[in-house]
Write a protein that binds this ligand. Structure first.
Ligand code: 4AZ
Length: 258
């Protein structure tokens, strides 16, 4: 079946079901809290100067990150181990991947949470020490005193250059979306391996708004405070499958350079 025909059929089925939330690139979502990361809108690096992305040896963006000091980026462990540090780059101050704004910095040191194995078992956090300084406003890292920011229903902002829909294309430009923090009981019902000590979930019960592939490692912030790192989930924006994030406050004491 052609991609176009499949989209038409999916859209027709969704209309019949009375709810349209299949986001096709460029389409506006008509249900849920946001029009159309998945279900987000364009964001500016002026508003979110701490939002950075990681590039591989071919200068391809493959993950996100958060600038937390001039030479320090928090990202996901699964991003940090994907590329050898000598070939890893961090791009800061560049909203559009096709442009040359901002700067690309090399990575001098990679710290990975010692107990990290894979995202679904937790500890999916890493710190990159940059080879130079990035002169941009940094995010504050949540600590144990910030438990209120993790209260269920708190609206948080997820940022990234990742896919606009599950299996779809990555964004050329920075996107953001608002998602509510999900309570631990619900998240445990969604995912067998959910660990409230090392993870948190965010998203709507009906789905529609989420981080997706390529957003991993990027920020989940409340205001300018980093509370989560995009880590994993079952697909993207599916009902009953919120995004899973690394619970940053559990690690603040361990993170080097912060
Ligand atoms: C990924 O593969 C990925 N919906 C990131 C975030 C989510 C799922 C997958 C959450 O990088």
């Amino acid at each position: 079946m052609s991609r176009t025909l499949r989209r038409v059929l999916v859209a027709a089925a969704a209309l019949l079901a009375g709810a349209v939330f299949v986001p096709a690139a460029g389409a506006q979502q008509t249900s849920g809290a946001q029009p159309y990361i998945v279900g987000g809108t364009n964001a500016s690096v002026a508003d979110h100067p701490y939002a950075v992305y990681l590039v591989d040896e071919r200068e391809n963006q493959f993950c996100g990150g958060t600038l937390v000091a001039a030479d320090t980026v928090v990202t996901a462990a699964h991003c940090a181990v994907a590329v050898h540090s000598s070939e890893l780059g961090v791009v800061a101050g560049r909203q559009d991947k096709r442009g040359t704004d901002g700067m690309r910095l090399g990575v001098r040191r990679v710290w990975v949470a010692p107990d990290y194995e894979d995202p679904t078992t937790g500890n999916d956090i890493a710190v990159l020490t940059l080879a130079g300084s990035a002169p941009y406003r940094t995010a504050r890292v949540a600590g144990p005193q910030d438990e209120a920011l993790y209260a269920p229903g708190t609206m948080a902002t997820v940022l990234g250059w990742g896919r606009l829909s599950e299996g779809g294309e990555k964004s050329d430009t920075l996107r953001s979306a608002q998602v509510p923090v999900v309570d631990d009981l619900s998240c445990g019902q969604s995912y067998d391996t959910y660990d409230p000590q090392t993870m948190l979930c965010a998203g709507y019960p009906e789905g529609g708004v989420d981080a997706c592939q390529g957003d991993s490692g990027g920020p989940l912030v409340v205001g300018d405070t980093l509370i989560g790192v995009v880590s994993w989930g079952d697909g993207c924006a599916q009902a009953g499958k919120p995004g899973v994030y690394t619970r940053v406050s559990s690690y603040v004491e361990d993170l080097p350079g912060i």
